[in-house]
Design a protein around this ligand. Structure first.
Ligand code: MTE
Length: 327
């Protein structure tokens, strides 16, 4: 039953056409009376189209947003329409297809606690509310590249992971950090799929976590992050394939040994630990040379480290150039 262990990502491109049923972004903006240059929405103007799942008014953290934009991270591409980024998702806990936005509304996000343990001075359970209210929040426009070859450019709000590392006070023996997503059988129908090793788990090295690009997102498009995008907190690793950016985190563990991530365990020949974006290393079943922009469907060349080489190449300078480094 090998095929059952593969993520839905292995579906051929032709089956991943959910977004075609949505309104063409430009037509939609025109309908909303927002045309021409305004469709190239820029963070500075905070002009965002309304979300398809606009429950933000009920969100306990709505008072925190919008936060100040950090102009250093501009995205360098037209912003993906909010409607696309919030209705075309990967969140296997709610199903192995893209249209999980409605079912993800069942996720109970308040109260939300995060357990921090392993090689730290003092293991602790922290209320997300307490945590987010003491972090230096900022907005960054970043590119996201899914291993399935679709891509988006979105304004995340949140804080650098390094602040969370300092908060956790790891011991010097800690070399890796693993993250786990909530696994709640009552609200998450996807976790009844027994061939996956729930809970969803991902990991980075402590060095990667301290890199300025490693971000914890708590907001999106100037509002609290929608449930389908990983509320109330998720990882954002823009130089790695999107599956590393784990959603709805409940556990963070500092370890000496490298953790085995969810997809690595599900399909070790197809998904590795490093998962750095690299157009020259094809996936076993498809090329990674180009990517499709969510919304416009335009195809553009993929760049090494998703174009963030200047920030992260140093992290891997002393590692083997073995292609597996990038898998
Ligand atoms: N995190 C969890 N817990 N479960 C998932 O299925 N999918 C990953 C990542 N994080 C996933 C996850 C994948 S494959 C991608 S591409 C991104 O989330 C998608 O994020 P988005 O839906 O916000 O675009």
């Amino acid at each position: 039953m090998i095929y059952l262990k593969r993520p839905g990502w292995h579906l051929p491109e032709s089956t991943a056409t959910d977004e075609q049923v949505y309104l063409n972004r430009r037509q939609w903006l025109k309908k909303m009376g927002i045309g021409g240059i305004a469709s190239g929405v820029m963070a500075s103007g905070m002009l965002y189209a309304p979300s398809a799942h606009a429950d933000a008014s009920l969100n306990p953290w709505k008072d925190l947003y919008p936060v100040k934009n950090n102009p250093k991270y501009k995205g360098e591409r037209e912003l993906t329409g909010e409607r696309y980024a919030t209705t075309y998702n990967n969140f296997y806990e709610f199903g192995s297809h893209k249209s999980i936005a409605n079912s993800a509304q069942k996720l109970r996000i308040s109260p939300w606690q995060v357990r921090i343990e392993g090689l730290v001075e003092k293991p602790m359970t922290v209320d997300f509310d307490k945590l987010v209210r003491q972090m230096p929040l900022e907005e960054r426009i970043l590119r996201h590249r899914c291993v399935e070859t679709w891509a988006m450019t979105v304004p995340w709000s949140g804080f650098e992971m390094k602040h969370l590392v300092k908060f956790a006070k790891p011991l010097s023996s800690a070399r890796y950090i693993s993250f786990e997503t909530l696994a709640d059988g009552e609200t998450m129908p996807g976790i009844s799929q027994p061939w996956h090793p729930w809970p969803y788990l991902e990991g980075v090295t402590v060095e990667e976590a301290m890199n300025e690009l490693c971000f914890i997102a708590t907001g999106l498009y100037g509002k609290p992050i929608p449930k389908q995008n990983g509320a109330p907190l998720r990882l954002v690793l823009p130089w790695k394939y999107g599956f590393k950016s784990i959603k709805s985190i409940v556990r963070i563990q500092f370890t000496k040994d490298r953790p085995v991530s969810f997809w690595e365990e599900s399909a070790p020949k197809e998904y590795g630990f490093w998962a750095n974006v690299n157009p020259e290393v094809p996936h076993r079943r498809w090329s990674q040379a180009s990517e499709r922009l969510l919304g416009s469907n335009e195809r553009v060349p993929t760049r090494l480290y998703n174009g963030y080489e200047e920030y992260v190449a140093g992290l891997y300078a002393n590692m083997s150039s073995d292609a597996r480094l990038f898998m």
